[in-house]
Design a protein around this ligand. Sequence first.
Ligand code: FPP
Length: 258
Amino acid sequence: MSETRPDLTVNEELLATYDGPIPRHVAIIMDGNGRWAKQRGKMRIKGHRAGAGSVRCAVESCRYLGVDVLTLYAFSTENWHRPRGEVSGLMTLFDVYIKKERRRLVENGIRLHVIGDRSRLSKKLRKAIASLEEESAQNEEMILQVAVSYGGREEILRATRELGNKIAAGEIDADDIDEELFSSALYTEGRIDPELVIRTSGEQRISNFLLWQLAYAELYFTETLWPDFDEAALLESFGSFAARQRRFGKTGEQVEEE
Ligand code: FPP
């Protein structure tokens, strides 16, 4: 848990009951907004708006519990194929989120980093993102990575091209490329890989999310729809993480000895 007392709106009493291990990097595939809205006879965008409330809860809960990096899958490269109205509604929601949460994120020591292909975003949204990234760049309590217009394969191709160009320019040798150098060329800039991946709404897929970085992640799937994902649901996922033995290819006996 962090030493500074943050200004949070989460259920601290409940969060304080958790005394298990904290995954250093949590990545979440936020799914089920559309179904949540449909169950209530509402438009899909209302589900996304409700989902933005869960984003605040997840961000502040992870900050409270001492997670180092939280990555949220907000919009995939494939999501561009959704109906135009939904895409523009989501883009507006990201813009509103950045403006509305700006003060709270900065004051709570959270650093924002958006991962994905920004060239497809509007100039206005790009500007809002860059401005908050700059303002929060020195924050050290937690890194919030938001994946927008993000695709894992695209990220890998982009890194490959970047390293290929460096080889062509004589800046590096092909033999210099190891896991560390390759990781540093990804959008995630060599940060620690996710230890726990959560996907809500009962789907059990990775959907082109952090394909390189998830190599050893623990996967956790829950039926809970994203707008209903609260502090209790997060603690349940941490509890499941706590019960796993992470072996990284070794035997159970080796890990126990360590
Ligand atoms: C998937 O649910 C969700 C998305 C594609 C959008 C996620 C966006 C938010 C949670 C909005 C706020 C985000 C930020 C970062 C402020 P779905 O629409 O595919 O749900 P369905 O499978 O039930 O249709």
